[in-house]
Design a protein around this ligand. Structure first.
Ligand code: N01
Length: 545
């Protein structure tokens, strides 16, 4: 399982057809298709020592996927689906990492991956029509195509608190968790952040820490995941129904095998809607949100659903003051990425857990013994856990040092927010494809479904370019601007802008331009859009021969 990647002289200046950056879900599949389907000379550059992407780095306690196991995997071949057997309703980090290693082995991918190679620059050379890619180790590659497979949530965000270095204890960001784990026993721990990650980590850390203080800036909605081991006959039944799962996910809005019924909450009687909501709550997970189809478009419907969740939170918490602090009021349910949990709210009933509201009394600085709040109050900690999220969707792309035509950097091109055509390409950067880039459905979907769609589209597009002898392909400026406006317009038809401080908008990173980044009209609509563009001979892309 730990067969090392290929080794070659890093100073070789290798010449390739394509370089892929990242060996997570997207990079691995893209490598497989380009090598096996198109016969390309292709390599992956991966900063980590192994495959896995986000699942290699995010090893925090409780790390688990919110998509259900048998949907959170590759569907391009039945073989992998039949051979791999998931153990629980939602896969844990360790199991997903094992799965991706299994795929890398089955598809013999490691021989085309350079591990421990972090890309520091990728510069387009107009004369040669190719990318010159460099890593921090000095490895250089010239390649016709550059494909980013860096994920949407991999550039970690640690707030720049005053006197950060004065803290004498240990601190960790959940997205860069030590591989040999962290021992919380007998430790006084503080955790900052109550997004999906904090909500997964808090109940697990609370079980071993001597004392856990949760610093909450924004209360969050969360729905019980209701994780459980899968029944013994599940895999056999699943194998008989693979086609059905595949087709359900390909037509659904979020890439999950279920979709909201055509039913409006606000037009449903109180008795019926309460029954439907209660059933959804008992089923748990992201399925709850799909109880009705107007949750993200109708304020009244959303308020009723949000009230339902608030009532559940109140019922769970023993202390009325703590419950009040935990109730989300500042955004409608689902307008920020909805977390799902295992005993999150119950954890605040434990004697060793304290909730601190830092909305109106924010963190001012760190001190040698912990955290100081604006009020001067001090929170003691041996360990601080930062569950403070990511510079989402653009952070990892901008760190690659991409420079396009006329020496324009990607950071300059996107200084007012990312601009892409279909999330796949951006004007001024020829032969660059981004897998699940900003402007694509990505984080609003079950990721592997969005990834497979993008990777297959890119592969077909490159094949088309080969067939017509193309030298370059590049998103046209008008198509890019129109698409970017369309992404915003579609989001504006929903309640999503009501949470414009969320990472969907870049609102979690000081100074980051506010623009709604993922495409919210649905993976189904996006897919047919992409198909039409391919059928039209790639209208919206300029191809030179
Ligand atoms: O990050 P977040 P995350 N001072 O940005 C707080 C995916 N994911 O890592 O809400 C104080 O959502 C911040 O407060 P506020 C999933 O898509 C997937 O939890 O900005 N607090 C918030 O509470 C998810 O959405 C799975 O006011 C500060 C928290 O930190 C995405 O990853 C599992 C702060 C950050 O929440 C990111 O989730 C887990 C500051 N300066 C995560 N800065 C799967 O199932 C930030 N915060 C695959």
């Amino acid at each position: 399982m730990t067969t090392p990647g290929i080794n070659s002289d890093p100073n070789d200046g290798e010449k390739l057809d394509a370089v892929i950056i990242g060996a997570g879900f997207s990079g691995l599949y893209q490598l497989h298709l380009l090598r096996e389907k198109l016969g390309k000379k292709v390599k992956v550059l991966e900063a980590a020592a192994e495959v896995g992407g986000t699942w290699y780095w995010n090893r925090y306690p409780g790390a688990r996927c919110d998509s259900e196991s048998h949907t959170y995997c590759y569907y391009f071949t039945d073989e992998l689906l039949k051979e791999w057997q998931w153990s629980e309703r939602y896969p844990g980090q360790e199991e997903i990492l094992r799965y991706l290693n299994f795929c890398a082995d089955r598809l013999d991918l490691r021989r085309s991956i350079y591990f421990n190679e972090r890309v520091c620059s990728a510069v387009w050379k107009d004369q040669q029509n190719q990318w010159h890619v460099k890593t921090e180790n000095g490895r250089t590659i010239d390649s016709k195509y550059l494909i980013t497979a860096v994920g949407c949530l991999s550039s970690t965000n640690i707030p720049n608190f005053e006197n950060f270095n004065s803290f004498n204890g240990d601190f960790y960001h959940t997205g860069e968790w030590p591989h040999d784990g962290v021992d919380f026993s007998n430790k006084v721990v503080a955790i900052i952040g109550t997004g999906s990650t904090g909500i997964q980590a808090i109940p697990v850390i609370a079980k071993t820490a001597k004392k856990l203080t949760v610093l909450q800036r924004t209360p969050n909605y969360s729905v019980p995941a209701r994780n459980a081991p899968l029944p013994q006959n599940h895999h056999v039944e699943f194998c008989n129904e693979i086609d059905s799962w595949r087709s359900k996910m390909s037509v659904s809005r979020h890439g999950h095998p279920w979709t909201a019924p055509p039913k409006k909450l606000c037009e449903t009687s109180k008795k019926e809607r309460d029954e439907i909501l209660e059933t959804g709550w008992q089923v748990g997970g992201l399925r709850f949100r799909e109880s009705f189809d107007d949750i993200l478009t109708d304020e009244k419907s959303n308020r009723i659903m949000s009230d339902f969740i608030r009532k559940k939170i109140k019922e769970t918490i023993n202390d009325a003051e703590v419950a009040k602090t935990l109730l989300p009021h500042d955004h409608p349910f689902g307008t920020k990425r909805p977390p799902i949990d295992t005993e999150y709210f119950e954890t605040f009933n434990r004697d060793n857990v304290t909730l601190v509201d830092i909305k109106n009394n924010p963190v001012k600085s760190l001190n040698p013994d912990g955290i100081t709040l604006e009020s001067g109050d001090r929170i003691q900690a041996d360990i601080i856990v930062f569950a403070t999220g990511f510079d989402a969707m653009t952070g990892s792309l901008l760190k690659l040092g991409i420079v396009g035509r006329k020496n324009l950097t990607l950071a300059e091109a996107w200084q007012n927010g990312p601009r892409t055509f279909l999330g796949l390409g951006t004007n001024g950067f020829p032969n660059l494809f981004m897998i699940t880039g900003p402007g694509s459905p990505s984080v609003l979907t079950n990721m592997p479904r969005a990834i497979e769609q993008h990777v297959e589209w890119i592969t077909n597009c490159m094949n088309h370019c080969d067939e017509i002898g193309a030298m370059t392909i590049e998103a046209e400026n008008t198509a890019m601007l129109n698409w970017t406006d369309h992404v915003t317009a579609v989001a504006n038809q929903t309640l999503l802008p009501k949470a414009n401080h969320s990472w969907y908008f870049g609102g979690n990173i000081p100074g980051k331009p506010r623009t709604f980044m993922p495409y919210s009209a649905g993976l189904d609509k996006f897919r047919s859009n992409c198909e039409q563009i391919a059928k039209s001979g790639y209208k919206g892309f300029k191809i030179t021969q």
